[in-house]
Write a protein that binds this ligand. Structure first.
Ligand SMILES: C[S@@+](CC[C@H](N)C(=O)[O-])C[C@H]1O[C@@H](n2cnc3c(N)ncnc32)[C@H](O)[C@@H]1O
Ligand code: SF4
Ligand code: SF4
Length: 339
């Protein structure tokens, strides 16, 4: 029933998906990231509640909490609970390092729907501390205690490609769904042969329902064919920064900047247009949302075609799965979790 309601929402002219920044502060400093600082205070709870209420009035039903590091917000579970009361699907994107049993229990109680844990390598480096090794205890706790769905996200770039196959293979063995993004530079994608080869390997070895339309776009670009898509940033997709300013995505401001509390349905419609940065865009979450919301039937057909073509590749790794319902870890993977 809920899926049907979300499906209908693809065809109206209101917003659907929001990324809400709850604090700009982060406990890490990843070498590819320009979305954090080390000094910001958490956005006050009441301010975020006001923003969420207005976003829901504009149509938002999928609410991502992120930062900076969203788990640094002292009232993150209460924020999730509020979004749930407003009828949203809730998701937290996190580096996972601050997860504790207590916090997982609070997020369970709040009704969190899903969590995306960012993991870039097996071994952490100075460039990215988001390694499987420091996260193993957290993944074990999620596996046993979380009542929400869990998937992982890996940023593929020069500094992570040496362990890419090892990482995604290990995550696959552990049973965690893997999402793979390519590093963007202030929003621009810079794909080279080495990165493209890794993506092709991923595409060939993992049954991932969401990857095919994105890969089509990348291929069209690399072959200098027109990549047909329209960015729905500022329209179906809203990025709300810590000051409440609505942006097209984490990297690009809208032509007419607005505070979220002043944003109207007419403003949304005005943002339903092509953006000059589409040609080189590398902001994969917005590309995905745009591909779905702009041409839902074409998107669905392509995903089905991909799933049929990759039947031999076993389990699909593109969807969320409840952490506590993940398949038992095989021996080698269990070692990684236990060590
Ligand atoms: C900005 S972070 C915020 C949430 C949290 N701190 C984390 O790392 O998951 C959200 C996601 O964006 C990814 N990200 C950050 N900078 C990126 C870049 N330049 N290219 C691609 N992904 C990036 C992160 O790895 C993470 O999965
Ligand atoms: S943990 Fe997340 S917000 Fe923090 S620096 Fe890394 S990618 Fe950016
Ligand atoms: S096309 Fe959209 S998502 Fe991509 S950089 Fe531009 S505004 Fe951001």
């Amino acid at each position: 029933m809920r899926k049907l309601a979300t499906l209908k929402r693809l065809f109206d002219d209101r917003a659907l998906y929001c990324q809400l920044i709850v604090t700009r502060k982060c406990n890490l400093a990843c070498g590819y990231c320009n979305e954090f600082d080390q000094v910001s205070r958490p956005v006050p709870f009441d301010t975020l509640v006001q923003r969420m209420d207005h976003l829901v009035a504009l149509g938002v039903t999928i609410m991502d909490f992120l930062g900076g590091e969203p788990l640094l917000h002292p009232r993150i579970a209460e924020l999730v609970a509020h979004a749930k009361r407003k009828g949203c699907w809730t998701n937290i994107i996190t580096n996972g390092l601050l997860l504790s049993e207590k916090l997982i229990a609070a997020l369970n109680d709040a009704g969190l729907d899903s969590m995306c844990v960012s993991i870039d390598r097996v071994t952490p480096t100075d460039f990215t501390h988001k390694g499987l090794r420091p996260l193993r205890k957290k993944l074990r706790a999620l596996r046993t205690d979380a009542r929400f769905q869990v998937e992982t996200n890996t940023v593929l770039c020069e500094e992570t490609l040496d362990e890419f196959e090892a990482l995604v293979t290990e995550l696959k063995r552990l049973g965690f769904p893997v999402r793979c993004g390519v590093r963007h530079y202030d929003g621009r994608l810079e794909l080279n042969e080495r990165l493209r080869a890794k993506l092709d390997w991923f595409d060939a070895h993992f049954r991932h329902w969401r990857i095919a339309p994105m890969m089509d776009l990348y291929r069209a670009r690399s072959e200098a064919r027109p990549a047909e898509w329209k960015c729905t940033g500022g329209y179906k997709f809203l990025y709300v920064d810590e000051f409440g300013t609505v942006k097209a995505c984490s990297q690009v401001a809208l032509p007419t900047p607005r505070n979220v509390l002043e944003l109207s349905v007419a403003d949304l419609k005005a943002n339903d247009r092509h953006k000059p940065c589409e040609t080189d865009c590398g902001v994969s979450c917005v590309i995905q949302t745009s591909l779905i919301t702009d041409r839902p039937f074409r998107y669905a057909a392509r995903c089905v075609q991909h799933l049929l073509a990759t039947r031999g590749n076993g389990v699909a790794y593109g969807g969320f799965r409840k952490a506590s319902a993940l398949p038992a870890a095989p021996e080698r993977a269990a070692d990684v979790l236990a060590s």
